[in-house]
Design a protein around this ligand. Sequence first.
Ligand code: ADP
Ligand code: MG
Length: 242
Amino acid sequence: MINMRRIAVASGKGGVGRTTLVANLGIALASLGKETIIIDGSLTTPDLALLFKLEKSVYTLNDALAGDATLADVMHLGPKRVKIVPAAVALEQVRRARPERLPELMRQVPKKTDFVLIDVPSGLKRETVSAMRAGREVLLVATPEMTSISDAMKARLIAEFLNLAPIGVVLNRVRREEFELTRGEIQTIMNVPVLAEIPEDEKVRQALKRGTPLLELNPNSPAANAIQELARKLLRGRGRVR
Ligand code: ADP
Ligand code: MG
């Protein structure tokens, strides 16, 4: 329990690749032998469920948040034995869920668990705050542009207000174009380390289209390699604040 890491993965705004990262980082950690649970914090748009084709799941996080199921009931086994907690697609199940219960649901996480990754929904909704509060650390995701960095800064402020420790930024869809902010610039602006630079990689969208996670479909693609490297870094404790 002492060594369990609960990491909220947040970006401020959507569309930067947060869900893709949670899914594939979860698989990467699991394939390194770590007990890993990934949780869809966005109850109204269950993207993680879709990535794993779990949208037809009978039991979802929403049932657990409505008090109708336990966390164990709603954990689904994924690639490399990563445990996935999908949110519901059906409106009725969405309506009944009480997002503020997510932090207390964390007490049901099995003690042998090494990592819990939470996909934190964008914005400043009730769900956003609940998903953040389910974590102890926050990993920020952004693309290397000022608008995205500024959104990540806002997410970081909320996280720090909720007492989460910022462990670093993951830059996604890096193309190394002239107008992009550099790693150094971003570290200076955000005052946290850049833990990974995931390149723009067409295999990511290919995987989405095929309905197979990138790390399963193309484990040797540039983006997959960067995510695997990030997983190893997290294992070494790099970026760990407390
Ligand atoms: P978010 O959860 O932040 O809204 P998603 O993970 O759903 O973002 O990704 C948004 C879109 O960007 C998807 O179509 C996804 O396939 C694409 N994408 C994410 N990361 C990359 C990448 N490194 N290279 C290319 N496309 C990417
Ligand atoms: Mg998403």
